[in-house]
Design a protein around this ligand. Sequence first.
Ligand SMILES: [Fe+2]
Length: 289
Amino acid sequence: MSTWIRRDHTVETQKVQTFTGEGAYHGSTKSKVASAPRPFDEIVFEARPRTLQRYIEHGITAIKEFDACFWNDLHLVNLLPVPTQEAVQDDGVTFCWCPFEVARREAGPVTQRVLDGMSRGLTGRKRYVYIDSKIQWFEPGDLPVDSFLRHVDGTIAVRDEERVKPFGATVLHDMCARLEHGDPPRYMAYQSSEHCATGFLDRPLRMRIPELIQNFNDFDVRVRRMSGRSEVTHCPGAILAYDGLTIHWANPAAAAGWRLWIRCTETDVEIVPSETMIQCYGTVFRPAA
Ligand SMILES: [Fe+2]
């Protein structure tokens, strides 16, 4: 299974789909298929749905709410010169859950410089370090993913039918377990361009949320109600560090142009992307006219 693709990027060959708002947050594919149940004890601690397990053990299906605090611990690792549009378009190689050292070996020149910058921000606390990246051409209004909901990355998402069907769900994100875990996955993100920037919260946000959620629709509404003026956007050329308790979202492109986006994930969870995932990675999503 390859975790990287080398190809020419042109405006004509940019993959475009109609925005639905229902897609995955980063995979740019539709919802993942249900997975087979795994024994609870075999799930790596970082991804263990401990709250859901408690519900199941006690036969409870009514989901409670709890007081959550998202630290939104966002900080600047490095600010790199903004590459030209031509340099972004010509950078060639993009990645999908690619091991960091493989990405360093295969990357184009702009991505190489970003990975050098990211290497200085690694915590070294997790078993795996992965790189995702996209080179995308945006028309005004296009989105880099099929969702603009406020969310956090690396949720403890459970998809096996046996566990989630009693809740009338196909997927459950165990938000309580994520909040209780002292060492969530760590991320760094880079983006190259002025015209399409991820939004982040950069101040702690306390709010009441359900312990288990099926999607981020209601979460997004609650965050918008609470967050006020602590919103920032990703400055071009910046490498930002954050973690699995940092709320962020995709903004539509304000103008046409190329963007290189790179994310580094440090996690204890081993991730093997599917072939369809890597083929779809980099699709842009265009709102229906
Ligand atoms: Fe995200």
